[in-house]
Design a protein around this ligand. Structure first.
Ligand code: T3D
Length: 262
């Protein structure tokens, strides 16, 4: 599949998606949102894809909404902001509905929608020079792309409110210390580390990883009782997979499991 603003490569079970508008720090125009959503939907439909790696081209990960598209500097009519956000929402929903792991390699600044798209991924690595900015309030907006959902759950209400209201730059190291992301990696090693992680995930029991994601999605809205029911239901599903049988057999035979993803 080829797109204009998202580079798409597939190899050894990993779909690598690279946001590719480096001259504007990979800020999102509507077409890039559409392409990214289509790429995630394509990954969902393609059984050969067992993990996704998302990163950005050039020195930034993503600077959020393309502000020249949101408010054209030549004074031509601006698109309806509600439509812009509704389009982002379809992207975030596609990411959370994808029952395969999404690894995000934050190679540079992640601002506005760019920060929150990173938080919608499953495992986030960031380069040591990268930073996260909830930039929205600086331009009179509120965080979107699920930011008001993900961020307080990741870092707690006090930090989320401060990050959103102050719109300060948060270093990758601080983000990792606060539990907002998984790990910081030296910039020169980021892509190799993220690719190795995604490649490893692509050899794991994909159905189980997908069901873990479904359970985690559900956990944020459930009480313990409801979540125990979710676990029972999804464990039954996991227990019916070939990979479960292979995992147990491999353990008993003291060998490495060969998971097929089903
Ligand atoms: O309608 C709606 O807007 C609803 C949707 C909202 C979702 C959102 O994401 S709102 C938040 C939008 N994003 C921002 O407010 C961030 C804007 N960018 C920045 O604050 C800074 O660029 C950064 C802190 C991210 C990086 O700063 P720096 O100094 O490293 O780079 P720079 O010089 O500011 O940017 C480099 C170029 O990218 C520059 O273009 P030029 O001057 O070289 O031709 C700059 O204009 C362009 N650029 C950066 N961010 C955006 C952008 N162009 C369009 N839209 C951007 N968001």
């Amino acid at each position: 599949m080829s797109y204009r603003y998202v580079l798409h490569e597939s190899s050894a079970g990993v779909a690598r998606l690279t946001l590719n508008r480096p001259e504007v720090l990979n800020s999102f125009n509507g077409q890039m949102v559409d392409e990214l959503r289509a790429a995630f939907e394509g990954a969902a439909a393609d059984d050969s894809v067992r993990a996704v790696l998302l990163t950005g081209a050039g020195r930034a990960f993503c600077a959020g909404q393309d502000l020249a598209e949101a408010v054209p500097p030549d004074g031509s009519p601006a698109p309806d902001i509600g439509d812009i956000v509704a389009n982002y929402n379809t992207l975030v929903r596609a990411m959370r509905a994808l029952e395969k792991p999404i690894v995000c390699a934050v190679n540079g600044v992640a601002a506005g929608a760019g920060a929150n798209i990173a938080l919608a991924c499953d495992i986030v690595l960031a380069a040591d020079g990268a930073a996260f900015i909830q930039a929205f309030s600086k331009i009179g907006l509120i965080p979107d792309n699920g930011g008001t959902y993900f961020l307080p759950r990741l870092v707690g209400m006090a930090r989320a409110a401060s990050l959103m209201m102050l719109a300060e730059k948060l270093s990758a190291a601080q983000a990792a210390e606060w539990g907002m992301i998984y790990r910081v990696v030296p910039a020169g090693e980021l892509l190799d580390s993220a690719a190795a992680l995604a490649a490893d995930l692509a050899t794991q029991p994909t159905r189980a990883l997908g069901l873990i994601k479904r359970a985690l999605n559900a956990s944020w809205a459930n009480d313990l009782d409801a979540q125990l029911d979710v676990e029972a239901e999804l464990q039954r599903e996991a227990g019916q997979t070939a990979d479960y049988r292979e995992g147990v057999r491999a353990f008993q035979e003291k060998r490495k499991a060969r998971f097929v993803g089903g």
